[in-house]
Design a protein around this ligand. Structure first.
Ligand SMILES: [Zn+2]
Length: 181
């Protein structure tokens, strides 16, 4: 496995109703077609794609270097959210993406950090003059789940995501205390 130290978040810049009626696999296949047939890449540029309903699909195998951000593909994992058409980099996550995508992206990040250790989490717009992913990743990360569901509305998956998140916060505080900050 190659060394991983960062996740770069992207969007597909597609409309919210991109390929209505298609499955996640169908939408992922279309992105692959763009990247392989049009860009002439060997595979989908991203390692993961997150559909509007929160379904996470694999793109390029994780062990292979991606093609998603110029000069920063080495050591990074590329994750693309479906949506984001017409977004600006100063927009909020919820302006262009769903609560399901919010929860799924946080869970995916937590899973990848459990596997690879603490990772830098950035957005494509930090490395290029682009809106992508259509929000400021650092600001979104600091905010907690965008949905903020009432307790009675939380399903177990959402509750588990929030719980994991709190654990990560506690861990960060403990690390800072240990470091004397
Ligand atoms: Zn991008």
């Amino acid at each position: 496995m190659r060394k991983i130290n960062e996740i770069v978040v992207h969007c597909t810049a597609t409309q919210p109703d991109f390929m209505p009626g298609a499955s996640t696999a169908g939408r992922v296949g279309e992105v692959k077609r763009w990247h392989v047939q049009i860009n002439k890449w060997s595979d989908t540029g991203y390692h993961y794609l997150v559909d509007r309903d929160g379904t996470v699909a694999e793109g390029r195998p994780l062990e292979r270097i991606g093609a998603h951000v110029a000069r920063h593909n080495t050591g990074t994992i590329g994750i693309a959210l479906f949506g984001g058409h017409g977004s600006a980099e100063t927009d909020a996550f919820a302006d262009h993406f769903t609560p399901e995508q919010d929860a799924a992206l946080r869970t995916l990040i937590a899973d990848l950090e459990a596997r690879f250790g603490d990772l830098k989490i950035s957005g494509h717009n930090e490395y290029a003059a682009k809106a992508c992913p259509g929000f400021q990743v650092a600001r979104w990360l600091g905010h907690g789940p965008a949905a903020k569901p009432a307790p009675e509305d939380q399903d177990e998956a959402t509750a588990a995501t929030i719980y994991r998140w709190r654990l990560a916060e506690i861990r960060d505080l403990a690390m800072r205390a240990l470091a004397g900050e």
